[in-house]
Design a protein around this ligand. Structure first.
Ligand code: ZN
Ligand code: ZN
Ligand code: ZN
Length: 373
């Protein structure tokens, strides 16, 4: 990825200024990685990127993290301020910000997921300053992905698709969900991810619980099995793809009936994606198909979520969300039907809004795969 960080820092500062925020305070997490490419450890010691609305940004890190900060490349774009074990890091940061701004801040934006301990320390050192959420100005930047980010998400999708394509190597009757999941986790790394974010193996009745992870349940012949997997690539971008399989033999008839409905719903929802339509309408496109077939009560979650440097980020593809889709927005389309106590199914792809429609990033087949290996 060509170094986009200078531009992102400039746009973040401009967005802060436009919102009346004197400085953004960004602690470790996806926002920090987005802004300077630093995948910093969230430690009890303070690491914080300071982006003044005007003036040069500053990265405050513990002295023992200086090397990591430099290796990340972040220090190519921002000045570094280190603190030693006995320093008051919050007061040092406040002094640095004062120097950049020329005055004390009246309004600061804190990372959405900054620890409360740090939020309260910043309340002390910036006495009287109003605290707002930095996410309100950073979210619009991260929401629309640029071509390099879309390429990164396409690579991530291809990597997780390769894992699904190998499912017959591991998913067999007689094995436990946990054993299958261990093999899948190894393959997620082998296919190019640096970390495994989750592995859901929901066999038989466990497939009816959307966020079931794994258990010691032994997979039976003919079980429908929901496999929802995702990881993070070396550049920080995430994958997330669900397919439903039948283990060892055709799935039961009542399952096959609703799988076809689910597939039609997922196709309808993907077909609805284009610039200018609401997130609500993409959810409705799936929900209408499922409801019309009489399974509406069994589709118990939103249709999708945004994805990027985080597995779950905005936009939320959910009823009532009037956000209008724009080119570059990336999100999942993952309707499910869950027959409590019996089985369930979900089909999930990551898609990106293009200039005139949609591109599916996960490209493997969506039909029910019967693994009879
Ligand atoms: Zn989820
Ligand atoms: Zn998923
Ligand atoms: Zn998902």
């Amino acid at each position: 990825m060509t170094a986009p960080y200078r531009d992102r820092l400039t746009r973040a500062a401009a967005a802060a200024a436009a919102a009346g925020i004197d400085a953004l305070l960004v602690t470790p997490g996806a926002d920090l990685r987005y802004l300077v490419g630093y995948d910093a450890l969230p430690l009890e010691r303070l690491t914080c990127l300071v982006i003044p609305a005007s003036g040069a940004p500053l990265l405050v890190v513990p002295a023992l993290e200086q090397h990591a900060a430099e290796v990340s490349g972040a220090t190519n774009h921002v000045a570094l301020m280190t603190h030693d074990e006995t320093d008051d890091s919050f007061r040092l940061l406040a002094g640095g910000l004062h120097d950049a701004l020329g005055h004390a801040p009246a309004v600061v934006g804190v990372s959405d997921r900054m620890w409360a301990q740090q939020v309260l320390r910043f309340r002390d050192v910036f006495a009287g300053a109003e605290q707002r959420l930095a996410g309100d100005v950073l979210r619009p930047l991260r929401l629309r992905k640029v071509p390099d980010e879309i390429a990164a998400l396409r690579d991530a999708a291809a990597a997780i698709d390769r894992v699904h394509a190998r499912m017959g190597e591991w998913l067999r009757p007689g094995r436990t969900e946990a054993a299958v999941a261990r093999d899948i986790a190894d393959a997620i790394i082998a296919e190019g991810h640096t970390s495994v974010n989750f592995v859901i193996v929901g066999s038989g009745p466990n497939g009816a619980s959307p966020h079931h992870h794994v258990s010691e349940r032994v997979i039976e012949v003919g079980d429908p099995v929901v496999i929802d997997i995702g990881g993070t690539m070396p550049d920080g971008y995430c994958s997330d793809c669900t397919r439903t399989y039948a283990a060892g033999a055709q799935a039961p008839g009542d399952f096959a009936a609703y799988y076809d409905v689910l597939l039609a719903a997922q196709l309808a929802s993907c077909a609805q994606v284009r610039p200018g339509v609401t997130a609500h309408s993409v959810d409705a496109a799936a929900r209408d198909v499922i409801s019309a077939a009489g399974y509406g009560e069994l589709f118990i979650h939103r249709t999708g979520h945004g994805i990027g440097l985080e597995e779950h980020e905005e936009p939320w593809i959910v009823a009532g969300n009037d956000v209008v889709l724009e080119p570059g927005m990336c999100f999942s389309i993952e309707p499910g039907i869950y027959a409590s106590g019996r089985h369930g199914a979900r089909i999930e792809d990551i898609v990106v809004v293009t200039d005139d429609g949609v591109e599916r990033l996960d490209t493997i087949d969506r039909d029910l795969v019967v693994l009879t290996g």
